[in-house]
Design a protein around this ligand. Structure first.
Ligand code: ADP
Ligand code: MG
Length: 703
């Protein structure tokens, strides 16, 4: 390891850390930040007074890097070196170096606000600007004041603007670790190709046939196009004449790959063999693959964005930023001079690419985050002045407040409720936490746990389900022989039925295979369910099992609970079309996603009201995972909607001077929330609510 750039700076780093509570360390990808810093601090003795924590925005990175460090220290993973990611904890009493996702560290701080178990906290990959790392930066700023004598905070990044972070932390020192990067020759295409996938394929084959040895790293956008390209590359390589060029191995690399497949990219290739690694942006900075000489950059990345004014998520393939393009190119110059083929003209890079990626906090739903901040019990925390490196928009804060109010997590004056506090302790999104609590009241917790676990699977459980039903029926190899259909109530009930059926088959793996369910995903669901159940038990909410009740009654109870949890995700069928309109603050015309099992009745009518798990724009806006609900359950939500006064919710009546209001973005525990932006006349919530009420009463009158 001695040749890693960061190791040569060990003394300087340790010396600076010794003298300062917060240090920013900037070093190129592959310089050893993630794997070496923790070990240096451990050698220096920092692990004697507490655990050394290293956060990662990505689950895969936490697992992969901890595995590597355990290997280097020659200890079994899970003992001295371990990791913790949501729903999976591989640490023990012995653990002194702990890799964990930023989300897990946030959650830990709920039960232990001072994070006393840690002597060092390294916020790694800060350049990713993940929502959770951004929140952690704000929290660390407070924590180092409280624990000035026994906590060290390191913030590391490959590209981050060090000055900005340094200013944020009262001008803390910034260490730059110079890495040796060999020159990378950048080649552009004259025009944008019609298909980046085909273009990547041709470029890769050209490299393979013409160039000297060296691995090829290809940046695609997601699992789908990675799998396509891997398959095409395999075919093309096979069709080459025997002995005409060196052998080739083609390896995919993305977040939902099983761990044993992920580690394959770290194994050195056999002699006289070229590796093609087809990856998502995970290989930009999170994971370093050695041996790469050629990079092929599609110029795209898949990004999830949330639009607070419509409540809609979209998963878009968007152009990367200049910073990302440079990171990708840099991957070619680690071991010697390299080449980067950009599958776009230079004018795109210069004129169209934005400079830096937009931080996640500015493109996410903040309901979970606002609830989290409200539930923190730090004695002196003044959330009103919560300090963000880049603040979120007031639109997205308003959106979060309204959602939290509708699901009873905050009072109409913005203070957190006891329901809200309990919800914050569950490692689930607010809608599902609320559903579990309500289900507990109705005596259908067991069923709700199964649904929440199924919805929390990190991978797709039904590889065939994304297809349209029509195509599925025609596709004889892939028909679903025995899978239940949700009994007409929709996808949540189907998820429950599938889980119950698997339970009846004693959780047999073969049963999953026979039914085209993804085995690894289903095993994960079972484990998640168990963990959620344990957390609920700790809160003295026990599953009542074995009570004989008709399925139908249970489904009704569960749907009722879902209606409460998803109060902000409610849609009403439109009279003429078989489409839906979302209810609440902004209405949208949407369709139920074709993969849904929700069915029209004999008259071709869909249910009048549904709740949905996700509103996502692909080719057009779709509701994904929907469940039919009844009008009488919807009524209380409408009356609550009627009462919502964003000004009050955001503490408008206590509004101080305008200057102060600008930086006052988040509500304090005892203080009201102030949001500076006045509601525009045309989207005045009152008039919209009145309109919704009128429509509702008109319909009621018709019946
Ligand atoms: P940084 O965080 O600065 O980008 P890392 O500490 O992740 O750098 O990586 C340093 C070196 O360790 C790289 O050369 C990388 O290839 C190697 N490495 C990291 N993780 C693994 C792993 N799981 N297996 C093998 N090598 C690894
Ligand atoms: Mg790293």
């Amino acid at each position: 390891m001695a040749n890693l750039p960061i190791v040569q700076f060990e003394d300087k780093i340790l010396d600076t850390v010794e003298k300062h509570p917060v240090v920013v360390i900037i070093g190129q990808t592959g310089s050893g930040k993630s794997t070496q810093l923790s070990q240096m601090l451990h050698r220096k003795g920092y692990s004697k007074s507490g655990i050394i924590a290293v956060t990662q925005p990505r689950r895969v990175a936490a697992v992969s890097v901890s595995r590597r460090v355990a290997q280097e220290m020659d200890v079994p993973l899970g003992e001295e070196v371990g990791y913790a990611i949501r729903f999976e904890d591989r640490t023990s009493e012995k653990t002194t170096i702990k890799y964990l996702t930023d989300g897990v560290l946030l959650r830990e701080s709920l039960s232990n606000p001072e994070l006393n178990q840690y002597s060092v906290i390294i916020l790694d990959e800060a350049h990713e600007r993940s929502l959770n790392t951004d929140i952690l930066m704000g929290l660390m700023k407070r924590l180092i004041k409280l624990r000035s004598s026994n906590l060290k905070v390191l913030i590391t990044s490959a590209t981050l603007d060090g000055e900005k972070v340094s200013r944020f932390f009262s001008n803390c020192p910034v260490l730059n670790v110079p890495g040796k990067l060999f020159p990378v020759n950048i080649l552009y295409t004259p025009e944008k190709p019609l298909s980046y996938l085909e273009s990547a394929l041709e470029t890769a084959m050209a490299i393979h046939v013409k160039e000297a040895k060296g691995d090829v790293l290809i940046f695609m956008t997601g699992q789908d196009d990675i799998e396509k390209l891997v398959k095409k590359l395999e075919e093309r390589v096979q069709s080459l004449e025997e002995g005409s060029c060196m052998d080739a191995i083609i390896l995919p690399l993305h977040g939902s790959l099983p761990p044993q497949m992920q580690v394959r990219v770290f194994n050195p290739p056999p002699e006289n063999c070229r590796r093609f690694i087809v990856a998502t942006n995970i290989a930009e900075t999170s994971l370093t693959v050695d041996g790469v000489v050629f990079v092929i950059d599609s110029g795209y990345v898949k990004q999830r964005q949330y639009n607070p004014s419509s409540g809609m998520y979209s998963l878009d393939i968007v152009q990367i930023s200049k910073v990302q393009a440079d990171q990708r190119a840099g991957r070619a110059g680690r071991t010697g001079p390299g080449k980067c083929h950009r599958l776009y003209p230079s004018r795109y890079y210069n004129e169209e690419f934005i400079d830096a990626t937009i931080p996640e906090i500015q493109r996410s739903s903040l309901a979970g985050t606002v609830l989290y901040l409200k539930s923190l019990d730090l004695p002196d925390i003044d959330i009103l002045k919560f300090d963000f490196l880049d603040p979120p928009s007031s639109d997205s804060l308003e959106d979060a407040l309204k959602q939290l109010y509708l699901i009873d997590a905050i009072e109409d004056d913005g203070t957190i409720t006891s329901i809200g506090r309990t919800m914050a302790e569950l490692p689930l999104e607010p809608s599902l936490s609320r559903t579990l609590l309500e289900a507990n009241n109705y005596g259908c917790l067991s069923q709700a746990l199964s649904v929440a676990a199924m919805l929390s699977a990190e991978t797709s459980l039904f590889p065939g389900k994304s297809k349209k039903r029509k195509d599925r029926d025609q596709d004889h190899d892939h028909h679903d022989p025995v899978l239940p259909n949700g009994s007409g109530f929709g996808d949540h009930i189907q998820l429950l039925q599938i889980y119950d059926l698997w339970d009846e088959h004693d959780f047999d793996v073969k049963w999953c295979k026979d039914n085209n369910l993804q085995v690894r995903g289903m095993l994960f669901v079972k484990d998640v369910r168990k963990q959620l159940s344990q957390i609920m038990q700790k809160m003295e909410r026990k599953e009542r099992r074995g009570r004989k009740e008709r399925d139908f009654d249970l489904y009704t109870k569960l749907r009722k609970a879902l209606c409460v949890g998803y109060a902000n995700q409610l849609a009403e069928r439109m009279i003429r079309h078989n489409g839906y309109k979302t209810m609440g603050f902004k209405s949208q015309l949407v369709q139920v996603h074709p993969s849904s099992v929700l069915e029209a009745d004999e008259e071709g009518m869909f249910p009048n009201y549904v709740v949905y798990h996700e509103l996502i724009a692909t080719t057009r806006p779709f509701l994904r995972n929907v469940c039919a609900v009844e009008m009488e359950w919807v009524r209380p939500i409408l009356s609550k909607l009627e009462k919502v006064d964003v000004k009050k919710l955001s503490g408008g009546s206590h509004q101080p001077a305008a200057e102060e209001a600008k930086e006052s973005l988040l509500p304090g525990k005892d203080e009201a929330i102030i949001i500076a932006k006045p509601a525009a006349a045309d989207d005045d919530p009152q008039s919209r609510i009145q309109a919704a009420k009128d429509r509702f009463l008109a319909r009621k009158g018709k019946k």
